[in-house]
Each structure stands twice: as C-alpha cells, then as structure tokens.
Design a protein around this ligand. Sequence first.
Ligand code: TEU
Ligand code: CA
Length: 542
Amino acid sequence: MEKKWWHKSVVYQIYPRSFMDSNQDGIGDLNGIIEKLDYLKLLGIDVIWLSPVYKSPNDDNGYDISDYCDIMEEFGTMEDMDRLISEANDKGIKIVMDLVVNHTSDEHPWFIESRKSKDNPYREYYVWRDPVQNAEPNGLQSVFSGSAWEFDEETGQYFLHLFSKRQPDLNWENPKVHEEVYNMMNFWLDKGIGGFRMDVIDLIGKLPDQEITGNGPKLHQYLQEMNAKTFGNHDVLTVGETWGATPEIAKLYSDPERNELSMVFQFEHISLDQQEGKEKWDLKPLNLLDLKAVFNKWQTQLDGKAWNSLFWNNHDLPRIVSRWGNDQEYRKESAKMLATILHLMQGTPYIYQGEEIGMTNVRFDKITDYDDIETRNMYHDRISKGYSHEEIMESIYTKGRDNARTPMQWSESEHGGFTSGTPWLSLNPNFKEINVAESIKDQSSIFHHYRKLIELRKQFPVIVYGSFDMLAEDDENVFAYSRELEDEKLLIVANFTSNKTTFQFTEQYEDATILLTNYEASGVQLDSINLRPYEAIVYKIK
Ligand code: TEU
Ligand code: CA
C-alpha cells in the first residue's frame, strides 16, 4: 500500500465547548484551543479533529449547523479560526474539520426556505412526505428517541430527522445538495485544513421510503463523487463515522484504489457491552474474548487492503478507564494498559481530550444536571415506558454522552482551570486529583505514558506497518499480540483484569528488551510471566 502521512499520525479530538475557555463566559472557544497548542505539541500529536465550530443554535452542541461557512459566536470569529489553522500548521499540527452533512439545523436558511411552501426552490433540499392515514409515513425511528418524522403544520407534510427534530435530514437524492456541500467543503479546503471527519456519513445514501438508512445503494457513488469534486486532489485525511461498518464495508470506503476515504471509524468493539438487538442503554458486561475477536478480525482483514482507525473514546462515548478499566484503585495502571494495547495496533490512533490524563465518567444526581439531548430524550422516553429513575440513571452513568463532555481538567484551581466563569456543564469533582498540571509534573502519569506511545510510533515502523498476530486467543484475562515487519518484532502482553494472572509464551525467544510498561520493570522473562493487575508490557524481540 502506498505510504501516507496519516498512517503514522496520531489524532487528538477536541470538543471545543469543553476544552478551554479564554474569555470566562464558561464556554470553551477557539482562542482557548490556540492557548493550548503547546500542550498538544508536548503530547506529540500531529492532527486535531475539531468537533463542529460552525454557527449553530446548539440543539445538539454544534452537530446542528445553521451556517457551514461561519463560526459559532460563543466560540469566536472566522479570524480566530484562520489563526487557529495557521498557528497549528506552524507547529506541524493539521486541523481536521467535522463535516456534518447528513442533516442541518432547522435554523439553516435552506430549511427555513424549504418549510415555507411545497413549491419553494429549497423544498427538495430536505425529505418531505405526505401523511399516511393521518399519521407518520412509516416507522422510521430517530436515534434520539421517538419517530424520525415530524409533522409541519404549514404545508401539511412530514419532514425526516434521523436525529433531533431540530436536525432535518438533507435530501441527497437532490444533486443541488451535492453541489452546495462540495462548494462548502472547498471553501474549507482552501483555508488549508488537514481533512474531514464525516459525521454519520453512512446515512447519506438512505432510502427513507424503504426504511433503509445506513449503507444505502448510492452511498459509495456519492463518496466517489465527493472525493473527485473536493478533497481528492488535496493530500488530506478523511475519516467517516460509520456505525454499521463490517470489515468488508470498510474496504469499500478505504481501499485506496476506490478513491473514497482514508479510513472509517467502526464501532463493533464499542457495541460489545450492550444487549444484542437492543439499545446502548441496555447494559451487559464486556467479555474480553469478544473484544479480542473483534480486534483480531479488523486487524487482519484490513491489513494491506484498507486502513484502520483506533479509538476507545470520543464525545459520544463513556470514558474508557471507567468503562473497561478500573477508575478507582487501578486508574493509572488500567488507563495505561488500555492505551498500550490500542496504540500499538495497526491503524491511526485517536485520543479524545482528557483520555490522556485518565479522566473518568461522572455521576450527576438529577436528569436536569445533564445537557445532552440524547440523554434527556431517552430519560423521558423510558420514564414514560415505565422504567425506574434509578435504572435509567445507571444507564446514564455507564453510557451517557456527558461523561465525555465535562470540561477539560487543566489544574486543581477553581473549575479545574477551564474557566473562572460558570462552566456550561459542571466539572467532574475529581479535577483536584486528576488534571493536566499534575500529570505533566508526575513522570509516571498516564499523560507521559501516552507521550511515550506516540514517540514509539514515530520511532518504529513496525508499529505503523507491521503485520498483526493475536496471541492466546482463548485466554480470558490476557490481551496479547505480536507485530512484525522485516526484522523488527514487538510483543505486547497485557493483563485486562484487576487480578493477578500469568502468561505463557508460545514461541521461544532468545532475547528481548522492554520498551514500555506501566509498572516498575521487573527483568525480562521469556518463558512465563506473572502479570500484576492491568500490567502491560511491550517487548522488542531481538
Ligand atoms: O453521532 C452519530 C450517532 O449515531 C450517535 O448519536 C450515536 O448513536 C450515539 O451518540 C451513541 O452514543 C454523530 C455525532 O458524533 C453525534 O455527536 C451527533 O449527535 C450525531 O452524529 C448527530 O449529528
Ligand atoms: Ca469562552
């Protein structure tokens, strides 16, 4: 496979509202990000994926856009944005923009026009249907609870919204929509951005009348056209958010010969702790064997054919250390273990803000303490269906999106140094112990472990391009694999549990050195090793 700069890059996702507030209004902003570029440089990342900063009424925190070519007032101005791009570029950091084109805000001028009358020139920019027997056209459901159809009195038709009713779906069957989107993408590409993260891109080929949403028949045709008309002649990174991707589907998107995207986010590993066929709120414990099988499949099936993205976290997901690590006694050990096994696989790693210091999930008492529309809608939906308050809160503590959205914990000072105003969402009260200032000082912190993982990736091509072999597939406690490229070989062995365990080497090695561990190193043993809780060891085989 032809080598690309993004093969060896590490991406850092910023959720601007919660990152850094520069003007004390309690809301993170672009100048706040500029202030922290040196911090990101110290961590060693190459790319920032910026969650939406466009003009938006914030029904879904910026994923509801009312002007793609303007900046949300709370975040700053277009001059601030241009400065962020150029100051980041000067430091060797590229800015990847979030591209949200499955839907717009209901305050987008296209929608304001569209809903005016059936013969408005913008009518066909959105998906409008007549009622069927005085009710919704069909049973399509919104991801944020309830029907995906909203009745509009004005013209007596329903419009489609796969997310909130303030996020009407664009009609990709209309070629004009394509042209508008491509012009907008070129506007941003001309500013020198490093690429796009494409929000729910697998939905744009939908066939609403057949209740087909993901992976519609024209999806790949649209992406090839988008590639040709926009980013195809720029050397950028593109990553699609594709909840329904299998390795076969991922190859359609990211096989370089097909000229679609650099890579996709797949969510198979992320869905392993929910009950089959149910919603993410319907909890089930993770089985390590399932997790290993999923990674093994993705690592081996995409090798040489397509490119993986590697992530535990984003702004929609709970904090990984709380989810599959241990955010109490073994917070540091388990956060480092999780980072180690993820970052040394093949693919481009993504770090979500705060992950690098081991930020944890949060537990607020009342539903009104939560901001997230998905969480609030689900709460009211489930209350009306007879679930108990306690049961629903447990799901929110485990899976709610605000776990990832509490403000970044910079220091032990008031509001974690995020703002001296009133933060838009309360901080996790543990900011006094868990914060950036402390993490930088402490050489054994999770932060420095992430920094070293990034350094290793720059140092050893085997981490970028090596083949992947899962070891001890049936071991219920240990996550172990090897990577090999020409004469370089790495072995990664990790205890995924809070108990001690042992690992038997299956191959005989003459000699090895330890490149990284999350405990005080205890001599190299190459037959059988005792692993402490969440211990992770990276060997370089000689
Ligand atoms: O997420 C897509 C999506 O399907 C999520 O809403 C997901 O189902 C849920 O959050 C699981 O935790 C993208 C964005 O990442 C998300 O923030 C937006 O709310 C959504 O699209 C709509 O734009
Ligand atoms: Ca601010």
